[in-house]
Write a protein that binds this ligand. Structure first.
Ligand code: FAD
Ligand code: NA7
Length: 556
């Protein structure tokens, strides 16, 4: 192969929502593209997370792509929420509909990627042993796809079946078994709700109790679907002009502006009846996530509901949270109700911590819980987890892991990192904290425009390299910090700031400014001649030395 020649213009890693849409866009632009995924089929999150009860907590009508208008109107969905098999079927359908499968290679992992300054190409190494030279590397690795297995003493000695929810084995039958679930986050809540009625006994090992509200799931009425179909244009317009992009209008009302206790209660009750975690947090008042008084009012309301639902006062006591309501808001299809079953129990690990896992089950400080199946609903090494597993080296062999090590992961707009030319991340660090499909679309649109611009320049004989400047990355980080100012999310331990994995750096990993502001920021970059990215006319070799010094000294 001659100098500068490539096997593919672009290599996309990951075949979930992000990789599928990116493939579609780059093929539309006429580029040669390959997608790889270590999974056995498309779907990403929805390929891996096949645990019982897995479902989206974004409502069906907006948990999908907005760009295929015909498909939006014709593709069926039966309930207000899509379950894992529904999302998987939908993503497979999109791939078939647009004839994309032939560009995707499964059971293939990206092992390493190294930027070559001489040829201005990425040299990538795959788990199949093949190496490829490509111009543009797009990582659609997913922000929640590296499973987190806690390091509990004796974990390997357990003689029963041990499973992580993100790798649920097809052959596992939990009916009539003694099951333990460690973790009561979004996943734990879903799996517990689903399996409680099927197992012989269920012991839920809970470290932090959760605020969860009803999802409000129910079958879709044909008249509702008709309304959605007629209004899709406006629905996605609203989503892209909202903060969290969940398809409801967020409240502009501060909690303190409603002074009557009855009226406050009525607002919470109406949100509870409508269902959905994001609606409960953002649909009634505009300051639940920022104002301590407003937050506590929401907490008190949910605690009251838990006490009213759970008949055993001791179980109800253990299930009530007392920290801020400031994690990704959860919703469920009857979680607290499950604890009214005699054979479903809750263990509060702050009172009786896990000491070890033995061959028979889970040993807490006061008791051995004998189990046949132990389920780890312990979440993910989110955001950078998947990146740190791959050796990605930018200019001068600087690894992304080392670049991120001093401060935690950073990027410009969640997409581009200085010193890593022609590398584009979808849902990279400091991307928007929202319903993800519309956020993914914003990232893919920006990446596609950047690549299109580079291709035009390349065809004009220029060396077109896309790379964020260190100043732009710093400014975006400052913007993200400003947007997160005063947020109670910052004061509450969760995966969002990296506190769920021991040793992981506490750092701001999302942009909390909302979807509308994110779309505006991206548009602003486009309107200003791709501000924050190095101009093509600049010789990156001349500029490189200065940048390296600036970048590294700013981070150390
Ligand atoms: P993913 O779907 O995670 O896909 C990434 C793919 O990259 C994976 O298939 C993985 O195998 C592959 N990959 C990673 N590393 C490599 C490598 N080195 N080589 C090859 N392949 C690699 N979001 C919402 O907005 N609303 C919801 O209701 C919602 N519910 C969720 C429920 C669950 C149970 C989970 C886990 C997540 C949920 N999410 C939800 C977040 C969800 O991850 C996103 O909505 C969306 O599916 C992300 O798509 P993606 O393509 O960016 O990443
Ligand atoms: P989460 O939200 O990170 O929840 C993981 C749960 O596992 C949470 O309850 C953790 O307790 C618990 N956990 C983690 N490690 C341990 C150990 N060592 N011991 C006991 N308990 C532990 O992950 P999910 O999969 O539920 O949801 C992630 C996202 O996916 C979610 O936001 C949706 O977007 C979909 P903790 O609360 O940290 O004390």
């Amino acid at each position: 192969m001659a100098q500068g020649e490539v096997e593919f213009d672009a290599l996309v890693i990951g075949a979930g929502f992000s990789g599928i849409y990116q493939l579609y866009r780059l093929r539309e632009m006429g580029l040669s593209v390959k997608v790889i995924d270590m999974a056995g089929d498309v779907g990403g999150t929805w390929y891996w997370n096949q645990y019982p009860g897995a479902m989206s907590d974004t409502e069906s009508f907006v948990y999908r792509f907005s760009w295929d208008k015909e498909d939006l109107r014709n593709y069926p969905w039966s309930h207000h929420y899509v379950k894992q098999p529904d999302v998987l079927a939908y993503l497979k359908h999109v791939v078939e509909r647009h004839d994309l499968r032939k560009h995707i290679q499964f059971e293939t992992e990206l092992v390493s990627a190294k930027w070559d300054d001489i040829s201005s190409l990425w040299r990538v190494e795959l788990s199949t042993g093949k190496t490829l030279r490509i111009r543009y590397l797009v990582t659609a690795l997913g922000l929640l796809s590296k499973a987190n297995f806690p390091d509990i003493p004796g974990i390997d000695s357990f003689q029963g079946r041990k499973v992580h929810t993100a790798k649920w084995p097809e052959d596992l039958d939990i009916s009539g078994k003694r099951v333990g679930v460690i973790g009561c986050g979004s996943t734990g809540v879903q799996v517990i709700t689903d399996i409680a009625s099927k197992v012989k006994s269920l012991t839920c090992f809970q470290r932090h109790p959760q605020y969860s509200v009803p999802s409000g799931d129910r079958p879709v009425d044909p008249s509702y679907r008709e309304w959605v179909n007629e209004n899709y244009e406006g629905i996605f317009e609203q989503v892209k002009n909202s903060a969290v992009g969940f398809g409801f209008v967020e409240s502009q009302k501060p909690y303190a502006s409603v002074t009557s206790p009855e009226e406050r209660e009525a607002i919470f009750e109406s949100l509870w009846q409508q269902g959905n975690g994001f609606r409960f947090m953002f649909g009634g008042f505009n300051d639940i996530a920022n104002d301590k008084v407003a937050n506590e009012a929401a907490c008190a309301f949910i605690r009251k509901k838990i006490r009213e639902t759970v008949r055993d006062p001791e179980k109800a006591r253990k299930l009530q949270p007392h920290d801020y309501y400031a994690r990704r808001p959860l919703c469920d299809g009857g979680y607290f109700e499950q604890f009214n079953r005699e054979h479903v129990d809750i263990v509060h690990l702050q009172e009786t911590p896990i000491v070890s896992i033995t061959e028979k089950g889970v040993q807490t400080s006061d008791k051995l819980y004998e189990l046949d199946v132990l389920v780890f609903a312990t979440g993910f090494d989110a955001i950078e987890g998947n990146y740190n597993r791959v050796r990605i080296q930018g200019r001068n062999a600087l690894s992304l892991k080392d670049y991120w090590d001093p401060t935690g992961p950073t990027s410009y707009l969640g997409v581009s990192v200085p010193q890593f030319p022609n590398l584009f991340m979808i849902t990279g660090p400091q991307g928007p904290f929202t319903n993800l499909p519309p956020a993914i679309e914003a990232h893919v649109d920006l990446i596609s425009r950047l690549i299109s611009r580079a291709e035009t320049a390349r065809k004009d004989g220029q060396t077109a390299i896309i790379e964020a400047t260190p100043e732009a990355e710093q400014q975006w980080l400052a913007e993200c910090e400003k947007a997160a100012e005063g947020s109670l999310f910052k004061e509450t331990a969760s995966w969002i700031f990296g506190q769920n994995v021991p040793g992981k750096k506490y750092a701001l990993r999302f942009y909390f400014g909302g979807l509308k502001a994110f779309y505006e920021a991206v548009q602003n970059v486009i309107d200003n001649d791709y501000a924050g990215f190095k101009p093509f006319s600049m010789s990156e070799r001349e500029d490189q030395q200065g940048d390296e010094t600036k970048v590294l000294s700013a981070r150390l």
